[in-house]
Write a protein that binds this ligand. Sequence first.
Ligand code: CAA
Length: 382
Amino acid sequence: MNFAPTEEQLMVRDMVKKFAETKIKPIAAELDRTHRHPEEICRQLGEMGIMGVAVPTEYGGAGMDNVTYVMAVIEISKACASCGVIVSVNNTLYGHPVKTYGTEEQKHKFLAPVAGGKVEGCYALTESSAGSDAASLKCRAELKGDRYIVNGSKAFITNGNVARYCVLAATTDASLGYKGIINLIVDMKNTPGFHVGKLEEKMGILASGTAELVFEDAEVPAANLLGKPGQGFKQMMAGLDSGRIGIGAQACGIGRAALEDAIAYAKERVQFGKPISTFQAIQFKMADMATELDAAELMLLKAAWLEDHGYDFEKEAAMAKYYASDVAMKAAIEGVQIFGGYGYIKEYPAERHMRDAKICQIYEGTNEIQRMVVARKLLGTR
Ligand code: CAA
């Protein structure tokens, strides 16, 4: 077993780490306060290949692997969790289905600009009454001639307010259940009958837009169908397997930021005549945070490695996602505790880490759904 990253992986990780520390971290508090989409950061990450890390170079990506993607998302999320999820959605939720199921023409037209970081992509699956039960979605797509006429709305769509393209999950016939679901690529700036609806006000990841998408007799070319009718749900599940590794990496980055900030603070904060880092009560918290985050990172790298080498990674991605987000949440809470009263005010980033960590236990499949995915695999019921 070889735990050593390749030279290329290390080079990209160090490049992203440097960029994140010098360009993203200094503006993270401002992004959180203003809820501003980090446009300039996205464009620069695009130039670095980080908006499509595991996308082949001929389709605008960096042509690297998913292990490198995990390393990059951890470093970005350590600096800013909102930037982390924007990158993750671009790479996997949007990038995975288009890369995997798109035709050559679709990949050149719709993947290259997103993977190359010129514009953002998003994935429109969730609806107000179809969250964990993804197969129950109601958004309808009716084939008429050379186009699909789409009616319905999507909720909680990350990047929905800024994206140029989305992969839209819709049903051609709800009576078919999951077999009626298709994925269509939608040009969000050039589709009659489509508009972005309300923008959600959230607890955390405030610089990442979460929007409603509305389709009213929206016309989408039939040529934008991914794969064949009836395959949409399985495409979606496979994309989520990949996406969950990205969210685990985002969580891991947030947890690491909470730990690093807590260590720096504890070394300086003096109580009872000594830095609080000398107290065992504080040391044990840090030791647990570091141990659990290291375990999470190993699980994420393993899941990514399995994906890179063509193995089934569904269970490992679900395990890594829920473990990483659970321990990141715990680390963020302990981080606030170590900061004491200063952890509860906005002068320090500890409270932001806590707000940002929570969503990782919820989106791309709640941690309860992840446990269900793992249990089904263990029991052989899927
Ligand atoms: N890969 C390929 N195929 C899969 C699969 C996978 N991972 N999982 C299931 N399938 C197949 C099944 O084998 C089955 O096919 P067959 O009938 O041919 O065997 C078919 O898909 C239906 O599967 P299930 O019966 O298991 O489907 P289900 O309705 O019970 O749902 C679920 C399973 C795991 C609960 C799924 O609905 C799920 O993952 N729900 C969570 C939804 C989710 O993650 N939403 C996230 C939204 S995006 C987001 O949050 C992004 C963001 O903001 C950043």
